[in-house]
Design a protein around this ligand. Structure first.
Ligand SMILES: Nc1ncnc2c1ncn2[C@@H]1O[C@H](COP(=O)(O)OP(=O)(O)O)[C@@H](O)[C@H]1O
Ligand SMILES: [Mg+2]
Length: 304
């Protein structure tokens, strides 16, 4: 399999008079869904604007789909979709009109732009309401319209800046499912930012963690969790109880192994891991003595 580099930065730095927004970042992003995670002010939006050629780096370099962000911004923007963080939708225009218009701006003839607009609006789940002015939309509908316009010109890469911001839990899940589909069914590379690591763990193949403009960690989500989150479990029961639990966890699809003494170590896969351990202990007729985290939870990594 050929690994394609979608984004590559070398010592990328952006300094503002009072703050270093990005500090000598070496980041490589390939196909699939990559999460860019960090607290507010970590540099996520600055990173995205530099990749689009909208903000110039102070030093270092960045290439997107082989194009240099300095001087080749137009070529990049022709191949990349961008969903901005903040509300940028004209209140008196319908989602349909906006997406058709932006499709034409990116070079599609009117008929093709209409067809593409109708496809992408359907994909993001905006139905009849797409003909209504966007001023009356809920936050969830606005986020969907913003996502649709990022997809209209059939990009190879989309940069989604906090697409779940302001959404209630159920709209948040819908948006994350959409992000996953874009990366895995439509075959478009995705870079998606969030200040909540927990939600990106579920849909990202890779995670890049920024902290104060510095790269804290970049790795495959599974490696990241394996390296940073595991539980030590101690159970009470007949001899071999620990091995029974270890086997039950492996059978349930978890990475589990014997640890010191009769402890069982299991990698944290998601928020449900603790509940799965508790349920298995009960199912096996054992007693749970203790369950504690061996390493930092992934959220703690960038909280410092
Ligand atoms: N145009 C700007 N002028 C001055 N400082 C900026 C500007 N844009 C961003 N910053 C600063 O750079 C840092 C990173 O901001 P940003 O990239 O928006 O972070 P994030 O998107 O992760 O919340 C913050 O300290 C922010 O105040
Ligand atoms: Mg931001």
């Amino acid at each position: 399999m050929v690994t394609v580099t979608v984004i590559e930065t070398v010592q990328l730095t952006k300094s503002y008079p009072s703050v270093t927004a990005l500090d000598h970042l070496d980041v490589t992003v390939g196909p699939g869904v990559t999460g860019l995670v960090g607290a507010n002010g970590a540099g996520k939006s600055t990173f995205i604007k530099i990749l689009l050629g909208l903000v110039e780096p102070t030093s270092g370099s960045a290439r997107v789909l082989g194009h240099d962000v300095v001087g080749e911004g137009a070529a990049i923007r022709a191949r990349v979709g961008y969903m901005p963080e903040h509300d940028c939708l004209p209140a008196d225009v319908s989602a349909s009109d906006l997406v058709v218009h932006l499709g034409q701006m990116s070079g599609l003839p009117y008929a093709a732009a209409r067809e593409r607009a109708s496809d992408v609006l359907r994909h993001v789940g905006l139905a009849e309401e797409r003909y209504r002015p966007m001023g009356g939309y809920s936050t969830g509908m606005k986020q969907r319209a913003k996502l649709a316009q990022a997809l209209v010109h059939d990009p190879q890469l989309v940069l989604l800046d906090e697409p779940t911001n302001g959404l209630d839990p159920s709209s948040r899940d819908d948006m994350l499912a959409l992000v996953h589909r874009i990366g895995h069914e439509f075959g478009i590379a995705v870079l998606v930012t969030s200040h909540l690591l927990g939600e990106l763990e579920r849909v990202c193949d890779h995670v890049v963690v920024l902290d104060g403009g510095r790269l804290l960690q970049a790795s495959a989500t599974a490696d990241f969790l394996g390296a940073t989150g595991s539980l030590l479990v101690e159970v009470q029961g007949p001899t071999g109880a620990d091995r029974l639990l270890g086997q039950a966890l492996v059978d349930a699809g978890y990475a589990a192994r014997p640890a010191e003494g009769t402890l069982v170590e299991v990698d944290v896969r998601d928020d449900a891991t603790r509940d799965v351990v508790r349920d298995l202990v009960v199912d096996l007729g054992l007693g749970l003595v203790r369950m504690q985290e061996r390493h930092h939870r992934i959220e703690d990594v960038f909280r410092g």
